[in-house]
Design a protein around this ligand. Structure first.
Ligand code: HEM
Length: 505
């Protein structure tokens, strides 16, 4: 990056002045926030000691941060660090996450400034990275109107049809499972948001969602870039941070612009022509803004394939439950959800085992606060360590193992079980707006795939099964499985017939 900087930088007195002003602001911010007084004998949240001015910059892990924070948790469940003057608090327990982000949601529901994404990456219209404002409340209200729990039943038919379509494509080309999961996630978003049916094989809207997601992984969470820590630096042109960075930003901004406008106008045209699929959110809220977050649901679906392959016992139990209810004569629908507790437990474990957003999305506090004698100043960035909340040995013995049985009481779903969905979709007033929709999409796809297919490990030349690498990659915000091979085959010809027949009805 420095090399790019030298190559592209030519001395410009105006830029020099801006840069100098930025540095002064930066130093004064560091000076005042590290000096920031503690009142009446209150203490700071504990954490590694750090250095003058840069604070804990050198202590911060470069990758898989949630695991390092879990290590630190052995000493403290609420950790305070300070990176170049920016106070950061990491909530390492269910109790702390609930106490602050849910119970005190009124003052912990801002987002840290995401200058890089919002200013250069064209994300300023997306709710997820918006700071508290009238527009943010308006968007949440609109989304809630379309996606509250009671509304989701309106989309059941669409979700079921997309899942059947996915299964029929999977039946023809099982080796393309990953690409097909991508298509299915995008297709759900497109039809539910805009009433737009995606094309036969490739669809530019779905491909765009995927491309945005790939760029986003590179950029990541709050504080991933120096400009997010010191917003004054955003007065500099993007090329100041390297030509690659500037190109990535340009590409992301153009993708984001098209993601907003292309499907929106396509949807309006389809409504006008009467060719739109209904019901869609666009139908409900012609003027509403839309969110493209199918990518997270995508990773959930991939992980369910992975777990079913590596944990065949869980797969067999879930299939036995489905067969016991439907006798191989019908395919599951949403009506069967309550009668399939082991499938529910399996889904809960898929969500818990490797939460896609292990540190959620960062929140920011808007008022000074005191928690258990610790002073948390306004403007603190708060990371809920969702991974730690769902990997607590006391709550989930042997937390690294995939065990749906944790939630079972005999043949019933155990009352009072800790539900992963209370954590993986975030907390309080900024919790995921699409959580009920995502819950329905993930359930339907897991259940149909279990009902129709067997997923197994591929066999190598020596005749022994090839185990996938279960270590995951961690982008700046999200967990990703490493590529793996698997065998997906129809459980029986009659199930294939049932699938073909349901596609024709
Ligand atoms: C399995 C799939 C999904 C997971 C695990 C997930 C998870 C999350 C998480 C952890 C957050 C941050 C919550 C917080 O700040 O505390 C979030 C925010 C958000 N999600 Fe999702 N999400 C999923 C699917 C969806 C879908 C399908 C949609 C849209 C239909 C959606 C729309 C949003 C929006 C709009 C926000 C921002 C809310 C705000 O900042 O006020 N999500 N999601």
């Amino acid at each position: 990056m420095l090399w790019d900087l030298y190559r592209t930088f030519e001395f410009d007195p105006f830029l020099f002045l801006i840069g100098a002003a930025g540095c002064i602001l930066l130093l004064s911010k560091i000076h005042f926030s590290t000096k920031g007084g503690l009142r009446n004998g209150l203490r700071k949240p504990p954490g590694p000691k750090g250095w003058p001015l840069i604070g804990n910059l050198l202590d911060m892990p470069k990758s898989h941060q949630y695991l390092t924070y879990m290590e630190w948790r052995k000493k403290y469940d609420v950790i305070g660090v300070n990176v170049c003057g920016q106070p950061i608090v990491i909530l390492n327990s269910r109790q702390a996450a609930h106490d602050l982000l849910v119970k005190r949601s009124a003052i912990y529901s801002n987002r840290p400034q995401m200058e890089v994404l919002n200013k250069w990456g064209g994300w300023d219209w997306t709710l997820a990275f918006m700071q508290g404002s009238e527009e943010m409340h308006r968007q949440r209200r609109l989304l809630n109107q379309c996606l509250n729990k009671g509304m989701i039943a309106r989309y059941h038919t669409t979700i079921q049809n997309e899942a059947l379509d996915f299964c029929s494509r999977l039946m023809k080309s099982p080796e393309r499972y990953e690409e097909l999961i991508d298509r299915m996630s995008g297709a759900n978003i497109m039809s539910i948001s805009y009433g737009h049916q995606v094309g036969e094989e490739t669809d530019e809207n779905v491909e765009r969602i995927h491309a945005v997601f790939v760029q986003l992984i590179k950029l990541g969470n709050a504080g991933s870039h120096i400009v997010d820590m010191f917003p004054a630096l955003s007065a500099l042109p993007s090329w100041f941070f390297g030509s690659n960075f500037a190109k990535t930003m340009e590409c992301l901004a153009s993708l984001m612009d098209k993601s907003l406008t292309v499907p929106y106008f396509q949807g309006l045209r389809e409504i006008d022509l009467g060719t739109a699929k209904t019901p869609s959110m666009l139908h409900t809220l012609i003027e509403a803004y839309k969110q493209d977050d199918g990518s997270v649901a995508h990773e959930r679906s991939i992980q369910s394939v992975l777990t079913m392959m590596v944990y065949p016992e869980a797969q067999r139990k879930a299939q036995a439950e489905i067969d016991g209810l439907l006798k191989g004569e019908r395919l599951p629908t949403f009506e069967h959800r309550k009668s399939l507790p082991y499938v529910e437990a399996t889904m809960n474990e898929v969500l818990r085992w490797k939460p896609t957003l292990p540190l959620g999305l960062a929140h920011q506090s808007t008022e000074d606060d005191v928690y258990n004698g610790m002073f948390i100043p306004a403007g603190t960035t708060i990371f809920p360590n969702t991974w730690a909340c769902l990997h607590e040995e006391a709550d989930f013995p042997d937390p690294g193992a995939f065990k749906p049985e944790r939630y079972m009481d005999g043949a019933k779903f155990k009352e009072g079980s800790i539900l992963a969905k209370d954590f993986v979709f975030g907390y309080g007033r900024r919790a995921c707006s699409g959580k009920h929709l995502a819950d329905a999409i993930v359930w339907m796809n897991i259940t149909l795939v279990l009902a129709i297919f067997d997923i197994s490990l591929p066999v190598g030349k020596s005749g022994s099964p090839i185990m996938p690498d279960l270590n995951h990659k961690y982008g700046a915000t999200t967990i990703h499985h490493k590529p793996f091979q698997c065998n997906i085959s129809l459980r029986s010809e009659s199930l294939g017939e049932l699938l073909r027949a349901s596609l024709n009805t």
